[in-house]
Design a protein around this ligand. Sequence first.
Ligand code: AMP
Length: 142
Amino acid sequence: MYKHILFATDLTEDTDYLVDKVRSMRGLTGAKLSLIHVVEPLPGYSYAYLGIEDIEGQLIEEARQSIEKLGEKLQVAKSDQHIEVGPTKTKILKIADEVRADLIVCGSHGRHGLSLLLGSTANAILHGAKCDVLTVRLPEEK
Ligand code: AMP
């Protein structure tokens, strides 16, 4: 059975929905659990004119605080909470390789129209992962 689950979280309200599933999966398998959140880099111009300095640093700090809360909820040690900066799909797959995850859990939105053509993070993970991927269908947005 699975030995190491990597939970990819966008740290939005969708995360709450996924937490129960992740917890159950871990309970069923007795697997180790790691968390990954990716901060996408911002275009390289200054946001100082908006009165915001080092916006990327702030985003990383906010992400760190949120993932720590999630880590407490799911009892994941800080050393197994990963924050990466870069392209989301690439970084999730990199960490999955590094920690030797054998299951990645992520959410999946029902998509249609343009966003279906552009593809979702879940799709990208599914096509690039060397291990199994559990895509949890998220409730429709109202
Ligand atoms: P999306 O289709 O891009 O809305 O995202 C679907 C799922 O991909 C989310 O429910 C997360 O599991 C994962 N995901 C999306 N963005 C990120 C991110 N920045 N860091 C980690 N996981 C993410």
